[in-house]
Design a protein around this ligand. Structure first.
Ligand code: SIN
Length: 283
């Protein structure tokens, strides 16, 4: 199915449950307000947008991101020296871990986690290196009413320690430099189910990368519930898969999806360029 918007921006769904490939747009030039409105609506409708064959400088990528809001700097990884908001995410051929491997939602250890993330494919392996996305609105809606009412009002703790503390997995590529920030200082509580501030949709908001426990429960109760929710949230039927090409740009809504950068291309280099847009307090 292909949906045509008034601005001739076309959106072709990537799977039955989320994601769309957008055509009819060149992101290297400034978007008209009409084009941006169509892209913004597609972003709210599909949660993950993919644009192919784009030729983007870091500045052009930033201009696109700034249409959605103010850009953020990563708390633990050095950005580019000319644009600290821009992260060059590189896996070298002999790296043993990749950045963003494992299901997660970006920076949920912040009080105001990023609204969205925008990645541009600079150099891709000849095979593998896909990114998976899971729709957390669909995952929430698939729960029983009994489970939904139990989750209502619950909060969970999110911490930076697992990924960015000593032995953490996210800053181990030789090409990426951790900065001096102490991850132990980053621990916050968020609702287990959040309401999307623009669509009003309810979405599950726990993730294996950063959520450490459900608050106000015994340790074994919290562990059992979290285990169930983390497994449920990323069931295949809630997902779509992005196969990268050089020049692909993807933007996803961290308020509605989790993602997972697969690491199945050992021996090859992968380089994507990331920016993020600041978000609000999850409610
Ligand atoms: C990330 O989690 O931002 C990285 C995703 C990817 O490299 O595909």
């Amino acid at each position: 199915m292909s949906l045509t918007t008034p601005a001739s921006v076309r959106a072709a769904p990537l799977s039955g449950v989320l994601g769309a490939e957008i055509s009819g747009v060149d992101l290297s030039v400034d978007l008209s307000d009409e084009q941006f409105a169509a892209i913004h609506q597609a972003f709210l409708d599909h949660h993950v947008l993919v644009f192919r064959a784009q030729e983007l400088t870091p500045e052009a990528q930033m201009r696109f991101g700034q249409r959605f809001g103010e850009l953020d700097c990563h708390p633990f990884v050095e950005g580019r020296s000319d644009h600290p908001e821009v992260l060059e995410i590189i896996t070298e051929p002999d790296d043993r871990l990749n950045f963003g491997g494992g299901w997660h939602t970006d920076v949920t250890f912040l009080a105001e986690p990023d609204l969205g993330s925008i990645l541009y494919g600079v150099e891709l392996p000849t095979y593998g290196g896909d990114t998976l996305f899971a729709n957390q609105v669909a995952a929430y809606e698939a729960l029983s009413d009994t489970m939904k009412s139990m989750l209502d009002g619950l909060t969970a703790t999110h911490s930076a320690e697992m990924q960015y503390g000593a032995g953490g997995t996210s800053t181990q590529s030789k090409a990426m430099k951790p900065n001096e920030t102490d991850p132990a200082a980053f621990e916050v509580s968020h609702p287990v189910v959040r309401t999307h501030p623009e669509t009003g949709q309810r979405a599950l908001y726990v993730n294996a990368g950063f959520t450490t426990r459900i608050n106000n429960m015994k340790r074994d109760e919290s562990a059992a519930l979290l285990k169930f929710l983390l497994k449920h949230a990323v069931k295949e039927r809630f997902t779509c898969r992005l196969r990268w090409e050089q020049g692909t740009l993807v933007m996803w809504d961290n308020r509605a999806v989790q993602h997972h950068a697969l690491f199945d291309y050992a021996g090859q280099r992968r380089h994507v360029r990331r920016i993020t847009v600041k978000g609000d307090v999850p409610a």
